[in-house]
Design a protein around this ligand. Structure first.
Ligand SMILES: C[S@@+](CC[C@H](N)C(=O)[O-])C[C@H]1O[C@@H](n2cnc3c(N)ncnc32)[C@H](O)[C@@H]1O
Length: 205
């Protein structure tokens, strides 16, 4: 099964699933929104069914939200209303350079561990963000979890029950941002997500 096919199949269930830790999610959104200005054009990669893009659109001029899965994007588009006319959803891989670039900020929530190579993805995002612009991410870093987690994911993957997952630590992810020419403005964790560092990285100007 391809990566996109895996997420297409999961999309209806993903849309119906309640948010795991609502206070942590709300805090993540509030801290992210505080970094945005009403004039900003934002890209969100791996947007899933689009709830975060619609919320962030209240504090930005425009949000372009992409996902590799047509299933996810179709659900996201079905939720658009007259109040969210500054949001557009489109099918695109995280590494694609979009015609809509450049952006003032790029959001990447629960996605950088799922791409083939986070370094390649960060390089692609770097090409699409303004100098001094931000990449705001939250990433499950399995390298900080129990040592047997990667093995469990590998087994689940053989049965089509898990996607490809890149195993890394928060320090390794932070180093990738540094190497790509970003400085780290903030790194923290919300709620019980001990393996999920929230990292705000600014491109050198
Ligand atoms: C765990 S979900 C996260 C969705 C949303 N960002 C959230 O935090 O709820 C991961 C999303 O990334 C998408 N995805 C996986 N690999 C991708 C890739 N290489 N490029 C773009 N999107 C991808 C999946 O289709 C899925 O919607």
């Amino acid at each position: 099964m391809t990566n996109a096919a895996f997420w297409d199949k999961l999309a209806p269930r993903y849309a119906a699933q309640p948010i795991d830790d609502v206070p942590a999610y709300e805090e993540t959104i509030a801290v992210t929104a505080a970094y945005l200005s009403p004039e900003d054009r934002i890209l969100e990669i791996g947007c899933g069914t689009g709830g975060t893009a619609q919320t962030l659109a209240q504090t930005a001029r425009e949000v372009v939200a992409t996902d590799v899965s047509q299933g996810m994007i179709s659900i996201a588009q079905s939720k658009l209303t007259a109040d969210t006319s500054n949001v557009s959803f489109k099918v695109a891989s995280s590494d694609e350079i979009l015609d809509e670039a450049p952006f003032q900020a790029i959001c990447a929530f629960n996605i950088l561990h799922l791409v083939d190579d986070p370094k390649t993805t960060i390089a692609a995002l770097s090409r699409q963000v303004d100098e001094g612009g931000l990449i705001i991410s939250k990433t499950p870093c399995m390298g900080e979890g129990a040592f047997f987690m990667p093995a469990i994911i590998w087994v689940m993957r053989q049965f089509g029950k898990a996607p490809f997952v890149h195993v890394m630590t928060g320090d390794q992810l932070e180093a990738m941002f540094h190497k790509a020419g970003f400085e780290i403005l903030e790194r923290r964790k919300f709620g019980s997500g001990k393996m999920n560092p929230f990292i705000v990285a600014r491109k050198a100007s």
